[in-house]
Design a protein around this ligand. Structure first.
Ligand SMILES: *Cc1c(COP(=O)(O)O)cnc(C)c1O
Length: 388
């Protein structure tokens, strides 16, 4: 007998009637590309995070990429990031022609370790992409101090960090630019989608123009009644903008974000209280300077107290009808980065050690308290069977 009858998926987005009605409203409006709803979503999101400017895009990957291009990063440059992230954070560096340079992580938060950044700086270093893993902020003061000293562009990967605060300030208002993801599994969803926020007007204008072919005016400016047909191409840009179908969802999701985050916090607090009683694993922390967004709930197994490894633990949870995931396989262990940049086992020992121990458990607003109890029961049952 498993802990529950039905399989609990690792993640399901919360889509309600208001979300559906808003998308239908866009479909009926006659304007389904980038238009009034995208502009409204940009305005509301910028206000929400306390940034002067926001540009809505079709992904967080596009947001990261355009911010780097707009900052003038390219061939011959180096950009620092972490091995403990999704491929996107490093791929965008490669897309500009620059080289990603990895810095090992802090074993507790799993965020980039600011104390190790210094060793990796070179005259070519132009930027740094800290990633707020799981929704726990990086130690930004330490990162910003290094960046200001060495004149580095700080682009935060906030894919997990909608709602995250650092020392009481919203992520999205602090670095030179911040990229957010609204992908289907994230805290706020538009299916696919992303946003870049900044307080720098010049950077904002560059990103906006780069996102639609480098054109001086977008379609909404041209086709609206007050618009003009005339435009000029200022540079060979990209096609990365959001559509109003996505932005409608963004608006309804933003309106319910506090409620969704309340559920995430309740679930996380329940998990933390229960897992604190289990010495075979470590529960995630929320340090003094942090407001956690609880995008992911990552436990770390104490493998010396167990007779099975992480892979087998995941299979046992599946047999208990609990879906899980692993965030992330460190970048330098993937064939592309390993072979291209000559990485080998042992290059980032903290990331490698943590990787062998981590499991992301289900945590999302659509989960009930009963679902959460089932997760705890399943973890307990597996540990009872395989405790050393
Ligand atoms: C999801 C994710 C991204 C990419 O987001 P997209 O919107 O899918 O492009 C980037 N970085 C991290 C850490 C992510 O988890």
């Amino acid at each position: 007998m498993s802990a529950r009858q039905e399989f609990l998926p690792y993640n399901i987005p919360l889509i309600e009637e208001d979300d559906i009605a808003e998308v239908v409203d866009t479909l009926r409006s006659g304007w389904i590309a980038k238009g009034p709803k995208t502009l409204e979503f940009e305005k509301q999101f910028a206000e929400y995070v306390g940034a002067k400017y926001a540009v809505a895009l079709n992904s967080c990957t596009a947001a990261l990429h355009l911010a780097l291009v707009a900052a003038g990063i390219g061939e011959g440059d180096e950009v620092i990031t972490t091995p403990m992230t999704f491929a996107s954070s490093a791929n965008v560096i490669i897309h500009t022609g620059a080289k990603p340079v990895l810095v090992d992580i802090d074993p507790i938060t799993m965020n980039i370790d600011p104390k190790k950044i210094g060793e990796k700086l070179s005259p070519r270093t132009k930027g740094i992409i800290p990633v707020h893993i799981a929704g726990h902020p990086c130690d930004l003061d330490e990162i910003m101090t290094i960046a200001r000293e060495h004149n580095l562009f700080v682009l935060e990967d906030g894919a997990h960090a909608v709602y995250t605060q650092y020392k009481g300030k919203m992520i999205g208002s602090l670095g030179d630019a911040t990229a957010f993801s609204f992908y289907a599994t994230k805290n706020l969803v538009t299916g696919e989608g992303g946003m870049v926020t900044t307080n720098n007007e010049d950077l904002y204008n560059k990103i906006r123009i780069l996102s639609t072919h480098g054109m001086s005016r977008n379609a909404w400016n041209r086709y609206a009644q007050a618009g003009s047909w005339y435009y000029e191409v200022l540079e060979p840009g990209y096609k990365d903008n959001m559509s109003d179908i996505m932005a409608g969802l963004g608006l309804t999701q933003l309106a319910k974000l506090e409620r969704m985050q309340g559920v995430r916090r309740d679930l996380a607090e329940y998990f933390n209280a229960e897992f604190a009683k289990i010495p075979e694993l470590e529960e995630p922390v929320e340090l003094d300077y942090a407001r956690h967004a609880w995008h992911l709930y990552i436990i770390k197994l104490n493998l010396d107290k167990l007779s099975i490894d992480r892979g087998a633990f995941v299979e046992e949870l599946k047999a208990e009808n609990i879906g899980t995931s692993v965030h992330f396989i460190p970048l330098h262990m993937h064939p592309y980065y390993r072979d291209t940049f000559g990485y080998k086992a042992g290059d980032f020992p903290v990331a490698e050690d943590v990787f062998e121990r981590i499991i992301s458990l289900p945590l999302y607003p659509k989960m009930s308290m009963q679902d959460a109890q089932d997760v705890v029961d399943a973890v307990r049952r597996v540990i009872e069977r395989f405790r050393k």
